[in-house]
Ligand binder design. Structure first.
Ligand SMILES: Nc1ncnc2c1ncn2[C@@H]1O[C@H](COP(=O)(O)OP(=O)(O)OP(=O)(O)O)[C@@H](O)[C@H]1O
Ligand SMILES: [Mg+2]
Length: 355
């Protein structure tokens, strides 16, 4: 079995490609960055990526990084099961979830020291579950940029689609491939879609068993971030401590969190919300998800732009009045998720006080 080239081979490749073009010498530090960007692809693919990147500028440097990463994204995604996620959402774009953020702050330090720590202290991963649209995916993207690591997403639905041969083989292969991409954050999205206990001895059961072993034995440089909605489908062993360092439950945001989310989404769209009564708006949005808050900001802004006017507080309230929140239509399901998570997970936000 051929392993993808390591950092030394990749640096050598970069050097020789640059020499062939008589491009200026590249510092060791930049070379290392560029080599890291190419980790996970074959030597031939790496060469192809470097040439494509060089075709534009005829020199290698920090400015080549985005082009190399884009080439890698295309190459990795071609496989179908693993997706390289280039979204650089930062922790500052998450409203609320203060406990989760605090936890990550501590883990980042430990993760960076991983080579000098004993295996049981090195962070292995986190499971984030909870109400849809409250920032699970966003948190995972933020973890990767906070840890300054590339993010790879394993699509469990692809694994089970049959397009990549039998699911067990495809899953094992994907996990093995990831070992060659350290350090990285690995995102198992909707993990409950693939990893269920299933009947003993069946394929599902074997995939699950493999996953548990892999979680314990995988390379130190891999941090796993798994997300789940239907947590009740997850086997108990998955949640038991030891596999994941922590299990977080992301609930509907509270008033201060909703204000923060509003501010984030206004700011992201270059709207100065300092004159708006966001407290009142946030109070109105009781039981809303982060995604719904964002959606109402977008729709208010769209209307204002169509009228060729600045966004007003009234636009925001009008748009808000038109949203039918998930918590209303899916009350039962959300209550079910909540009560289930109550005993089994740590709230990602500080303990609830009122709505
Ligand atoms: N806490 C939050 N702070 C800021 N924005 C948020 C927050 N929660 C959700 N959003 C916005 O809503 C969008 C959707 O959230 P996200 O994809 O993270 O939800 P999710 O929990 O993964 O949902 P799903 O279960 O549907 O996958 C985000 O991209 C973000 O723009
Ligand atoms: Mg998601």
């Amino acid at each position: 079995e051929l392993r993808p080239p390591d950092l030394i081979e990749l640096s050598e490749l970069l050097r020789s490609e640059a020499r062939q073009l008589s491009a200026p010498e590249v510092s060791e530090e930049i070379l290392d960055q560029l080599a890291r960007a190419l980790q996970g692809v074959t030597l031939q693919e790496a060469r192809h990526a470097v040439r494509r990147a060089l075709a534009g500028s005829r020199s290698l440097g920090a400015e080549s990084l985005p082009a190399l990463l884009e080439e890698k994204r295309l190459l990795i995604n071609r496989g179908g099961v693993i997706e390289y996620v280039a979204d650089g959402s930062s922790i500052g774009e998450i409203g609320g979830l203060e406990r989760l953020k605090q936890w990550l702050l501590e883990r980042r330090k430990l993760f960076q020291l991983r080579e000098s720590l004993s295996t049981d202290i090195v962070p292995k991963g986190v499971l984030v579950m909870g109400v849809p649209g409250c920032g699970k995916s966003l948190s995972v993207k933020a973890i990767a940029s906070y840890f300054e690591l590339p993010l790879y997403r394993i699509d469990m639905i692809e694994v089970f689609s049959g397009r990549h041969g039998d699911p067990e083989g495809a899953f094992v292969k994907a996990c093995k491939t990831l070992e060659d991409m350290t350090p990285a954050v690995i995102w198992f999205d909707e993990i409950e879609m693939g990893i269920t206990a299933g009947e003993a001895g069946g394929q599902q059961g074997r995939i699950f068993a493999f996953f548990l072993t892999w979680m314990q034995e995988k390379a130190r440089g891999l941090f796993v971030a798994a997300t789940a909605n239907r947590i009740d489908l997850l086997p108990a062993e998955m949640i038991r401590k030891g596999r994941f360092d922590e299990v977080f439950f992301v609930d509907l945001p509270l008033v201060p969190e909703r204000i923060e989310i509003l501010k984030i989404h206004l700011r992201r769209r270059d709207v100065d919300g300092s004159g708006f009564n966001l407290e009142r708006l946030a109070a109105y949005m009781k039981g809303w998800t982060g995604a719904e808050i964002e959606q109402s900001v977008v729709s208010a802004l769209t209307k204002a732009r169509l009228k060729e006017q600045q966004l007003t507080e009234q636009d925001l309230f009008q748009a808000a009045a038109e949203v039918v929140p998930l918590a209303q239509t899916m009350k039962e399901q959300i209550n079910h998720i909540r009560s289930w998570a109550f005993e089994r997970a740590v709230r990602a936000s500080p303990v609830a006080v009122g709505g």
